[in-house]
Design a protein around this ligand. Structure first.
Ligand code: NOJ
Length: 542
């Protein structure tokens, strides 16, 4: 099937916009919808197919918008519903599709339904929309079970009348009870609300958490190998089948992408069965260390398991929750980790940047759809020296100030100029960017890199444009090749179709260019006709 006749989402390159850090249109130091509208031509010229927006809904921002108080309106910091509608129309006019975030596991503690539940008495029906339970112990002052929040501390908070409620993330993010029909109905209304406005899909936050084991068993009583009672319960699939049935009634081929940190590839691909989600983020690829054998194993497993359900793979290097990969790949331990010290380990950024360039060519050459996290096309590193008093991620507070959290990958983008805020806010802005930008980012601004052939930005632009014109790229199959010489053990070398090959050299030695027609693109200059260590090439085959 040709690129033009297959569904758009099987090939799409999707650019993640983290709205508060992308572009500030109104000068308050926080990115917003109008700032994003102004930058749409940049995204079109980059060569992406779609934008995924992290939450833009009304929120007290206890978790940067992943605590939603109104799923059907825009937070005033970001703009208005009218701005959002104008943005959708303008993106579509530029042939860019738009995926919005939906956060169904939890809401904000300021959501009207949770406020009503708090105002009601223990046992009242309003509380059934959430997980309210009495405490344990003689005075009920112990949490109902031993579950821990992903941000640290117990997953339960006690309210004034003595009841406890469940929150798998911050206390300001109460978990919805998906066994309740009103919760299901309300989210269906939200899906239709945005589909009616023309969105092209949804990224589903912690998609595997919606259904809980209703017995709420203590984790410590369970077999450590058993599926955790707060996630990946079989009942979750029926919810996504009902969502898919709704999306399929709309003409825009709306797509679902699940956030699924699911270590078991078979369990992961159950979410991608033909009547459920279209795609899921490939975090095994994101987490993979810079090692050829490890990558090859992840790629093979991804393609093998996805083929069983007919779903396209996705290739993800970074997002707003993880250490930026320029930094990750420059460390002694190049794998991803959520451990607190992962935010602080030092890195060789020159090495990390070389590897990130090669990783871009790898991820864009693999079969399926690919994600680009804002700023990765500029080669931004993690910002590791944000002053403690400026950190805003709830993980910092919830960990008792031991885990600096994720702010280092959320620093506002540098667009232009040599002085802060590097074009992130207009010249007349009244406030500094919500997180400070490093001095070194003047050289990394989009303006500084545009037109400079060796820059990361130009590498992404050329790769994304080639990806559109090369018929063998995007969805399809991959064939591993050998013949990459003595260092073959440290090399990823594969063919797409008959006409295209990609070689990534993860070894310490230069690798001879294999036989080919001509060189389409190299992440770094060749060394005497050899592919340098930590670099990649795209080849046209004869
Ligand atoms: C995953 C999101 O990507 C992350 O940023 C957020 O903190 C949690 N889900 C909770 O919504």
């Amino acid at each position: 099937m040709s690129r033009h006749s297959r569904p758009w989402w099987r090939d799409a390159v999707i650019y993640q916009v983290y709205p508060r850090s992308f572009a500030d249109g109104d000068g308050d130091g926080i990115g917003d919808v109008n700032g994003l509208r102004d930058r749409l031509p940049y995204l079109r010229d980059l060569g992406i197919d779609a934008i995924w927006l992290s939450p833009w809904y009304v929120s007290p921002m206890a978790d940067a918008g992943y605590d939603v108080a109104d799923y059907r309106d825009i937070d005033p910091r970001f703009g208005s519903l009218a701005h959002a509608e104008a943005f959708l129309a303008e993106a579509h006019a530029l042939d860019l599709r738009v995926i919005v975030d939906i956060v169904p596991n939890h809401c904000s503690d300021r959501h009207p339904a949770f406020a009503a539940a708090l105002a009601a008495a223990p046992g009242a029906p309003e509380r059934d929309l959430f997980w309210f339970r009495p405490g344990r112990g003689e005075h009920g002052d112990q949490p109902p079970n031993d579950w821990r929040s992903h941000f640290g501390g117990p997953a339960w908070t006690r309210v004034d009348d003595g009841d406890w409620y469940l929150h798998m993330f911050a206390p300001e993010q109460p978990d919805w009870n998906w066994d309740h029909p009103a919760v299901r109905a309300d989210f269906e209304t939200t899906l239709r609300f945005w589909l009616d406005r023309g969105v092209d899909g949804f990224r589903i936050d912690v998609a595997d958490h919606l259904v809980k084991d209703p017995a709420l068993p203590d984790q410590s009583t369970l077999d450590p190998a058993a599926i955790r009672p707060w996630r990946d319960q079989d009942g979750v699939h029926e919810i996504f089948r009902s969502w898919r049935a709704i999306a399929d009634t709309y003409p825009q081929q709306a797509v679902f992408v699940g956030e699924l940190w699911e270590p078991n590839a078979d369990r992961f691909t159950r979410y991608l069965r033909p009547d459920e989600l279209h795609t899921g983020f490939n975090f095994a690829f994101l987490a993979c260390p810079w090692d050829a054998l490890a990558f090859r194993a992840v790629i093979d497993e991804t393609l093998g398991t996805h083929a069983l359900v007919g779903a396209p793979a996705t290739w993800v290097l970074s997002n707003h929750d993880v250490v930026r990969h320029v930094t990750r790949y420059g460390r002694a331990d190049t794998s991803h980790s959520f451990a607190p010290d992962a935010m602080t380990q030092t890195a060789d950024l020159a090495l990390g940047t070389r590897r990130a360039r090669a990783a871009a060519l790898l991820s864009l050459a693999l079969p399926g759809s690919a994600y680009v996290y804002q700023g990765e096309e500029l080669g931004l590193p993690e910002v590791q020296d944000i002053a403690a008093e400026l950190l805003q991620d709830p993980r910092w507070l919830r960990s008792g100030f031991t885990d600096r959290g994720r702010d280092g990958c959320r620093v506002p983008l540098p667009w232009s100029g040599t002085a802060k805020p590097y074009g992130f806010s207009p010249d007349w802005a009244t406030a500094d960017p919500w997180l400070p930008q490093p001095e070194a980012w003047a050289a990394l601004s989009a303006q500084a890199q545009a037109g400079s052939r060796p820059s990361m930005l130009e590498l992404y632009r050329r790769a994304l444009h080639l990806r559109r014109t090369e018929p063998d790229l995007g969805d399809g199959t991959l064939t591993w090749l050998d013949g990459a010489g003595p260092a073959a053990h440290g090399v990823l070398y594969f063919r797409r179709g008959d006409g295209f090959a990609c070689l990534v050299n993860l070894s310490a030695e230069p690798v001879p260019l294999p036989p080919h027609g001509y060189l389409l693109l190299a992440s770094d200059p060749l060394q005497e006709l050899k592919v340098a260590p930590d670099s990649a090439v795209w080849l046209r085959l004869v």
